[in-house]
Design a protein around this ligand. Structure first.
Ligand SMILES: Cc1ncc(COP(=O)(O)O)c(C=O)c1O
Length: 477
């Protein structure tokens, strides 16, 4: 390798920077932290352009994206309406400190709060902004701790993921994310999630959901189970952090009776329910918020990612009025410079307007059904697909050995690596496929296609997955 170029000259705005990709990759190895990304691929892929359901490399090869930036780009890449809203905001009011107001922040807050009020039995609440998902989770922890008189302990799920800042890591199940960073005194107590495919046999999904709630409720039978003082009628735990469908945990869909039964137990013992919609929100599952499928009203709801369709980041929280009104949660409680940045709020407002104009609920449920049927057909053909499931356009395929059950992480990794080569062929045209892996055993392909994906693109995706499995099985390791 030549020495990495020394970038001292200022690049004219309209001139294409032409450092060859090979050199860029060498520079990345030298100058970029690997800690801020996941770095799954030996040789990370450089993309050049994106539109709709596709990413394109410099050679112009289309990569059908079936994960859409971990479900941050639900309306498809470079959506003209959202892009134009950002361009308008750039020209009008691109910067304004959060202590001053701007129209988009207020309108967006009202739209979100009114939606919650309508869907959750007239419940009044307020909207609070931050930038990244983990930051919003941190803010929600403060709201909960403040409202419960400083209680710092939370319940969360095995397989749950809430981000990688310190507070969010404490309630995220994976020990891998905490291992290097010392003691987490406020580490959550992790509770079994009703994940039937890897749960007990001989039960229906609903029976298993019911059993899980019973096991959780047992913790409150006596003080000797460590969480509840029956004499004082006090619980040591402030809230239960839940993802209605587990995202990073592998798009696990619980039984429909589960959250309403769980909420009854939480209400009985004065424990709040915080719903993390960062990955499943904004119609991923066919509802604006996935908890709407389950007939419960959360106490706090956290959102991020697709609110701005993956443009200028904006995340946030809805909380019940009693928990978030300015008397109880005063100004500056979580202030962050870019909290309600105007480009983010403009993108968020336009995204919400697009959602309001089309019947996304019907569209997503119908496309999701079509995609799931396709996955079921593939499952019939390939023994290594152990489980497929889906709600709306949040779909999963669990990759196993030939017994259809033992997780096969190596095969799953290989499929994702091969998909990145961009040399799958359909009708004489080369394609790549952008896939994401999740799951307790990192053997689940989690599908989060653009909600705007066409039926032809779903067919193309299924064709490419089919080819990929055949290729990976044939070539071995
Ligand atoms: C459910 C859930 N919560 C929180 C986060 C963290 O969000 P961010 O990566 O924006 O910090 C994520 C990110 O994937 C997520 O899926």
């Amino acid at each position: 390798m030549r020495n990495a170029p020394v970038l001292t000259a200022v690049k004219p705005a309209d001139e294409t920077f032409s450092i060859p990709e090979k050199e860029l990759l060498e520079m990345e190895k030298k100058y970029c932290s690997f800690g801020d990304t996941v770095h799954y691929l030996e040789e990370p892929k450089i993309f050049d352009r994106c539109e709709g359901s596709y990413m394109y490399d410099a050679a112009g090869t289309p990569f059908l994206d079936l994960q859409m930036w971990y479900s941050a780009v639900n309306l498809g890449y470079a959506h003209p309406r959202i892009n134009n809203a950002v361009k308008r905001q750039l020209d009008q009011l691109p910067q304004v400190a959060s202590q001053y107001l701007h129209r988009e922040k207020i309108e967006l807050s009202a739209m979100l709060a009114q939606h919650m009020e309508k869907k959750f039995g007239g419940e009044k609440g307020r909207i609070h902004f931050n930038v990244g998902g983990s930051q919003a989770v941190e803010d929600s922890l403060k709201i909960v701790r403040n409202y419960t008189g400083g209680k710092s302990l939370m319940f969360a799920f095995e397989g749950g993921y809430h981000g990688r800042t310190l507070g969010a890591s404490a309630i995220t199940s994976s020990y891998r994310y905490r291992r290097r960073y010392g003691h987490f005194g406020d580490r959550a107590q992790f509770i079994e999630f009703p994940y039937l495919f890897r749960g007990p046999k001989g039960m229906t999904k609903e029976e298993y959901g019911h059993e899980c709630v019973k096991k959780f409720a047992r913790m409150f039978e006596t003080e000797y189970y460590g969480v509840w003082d029956p004499k004082a009628q006090k619980c040591e735990y402030a809230a239960f952090y839940v993802e209605p469908l587990q995202g990073t945990g592998g798009y696990v869909i619980p039984p429909m009776n589960y959250f309403s039964e769980l909420k009854k137990v939480l209400d009985k013992y004065g424990i709040l329910m915080v719903v993390d919609e960062i990955q499943m929100g904004f119609y991923r599952t066919g509802k604006l918020f996935s908890i709407e499928h389950f007939g419960v009203t959360p106490d706090v709801l956290v959102f991020g990612k697709a609110l701005t369709n993956g443009l200028n980041p904006l995340s946030g929280i809805w909380a019940k009025e009693a928990m978030i009104n300015p008397t109880i949660f005063p100004p500056g409680s979580t202030h962050s410079t870019f909290a309600s940045n105007p480009i983010g709020t403009a993108a968020g407002l336009e995204t919400m307007r697009v959602f309001a104009e089309t019947d996304f609920e019907t569209m997503v449920m119908s496309k999701g059904k079509y995609f799931l049927e396709g996955l079921k057909e593939l499952q019939k053909k390939h023994k290594i697909i152990g489980d497929v499931d889906g709600l709306g356009l949040a779909l999963r395929a669990e990759i196993c050995t030939e017994d259809g059950f033992t997780p096969d992480k190596a095969m799953t990794d290989r499929m994702c690596d091969e998909a990145m080569k961009g040399d799958l062929v359909v009708n004489g045209k080369k394609y790549g496929l952008v896939l994401d892996i999740g799951g307790y055993h990192k053997n689940v392909i989690t599908f989060a296609p653009a909600l705007t994906i066409s039926h032809e693109e779903i067919d193309l995706g299924l064709n490419l997955i089919d080819q990929l499995i055949r290729r990976c099985q044939k070539t071995g390791f």
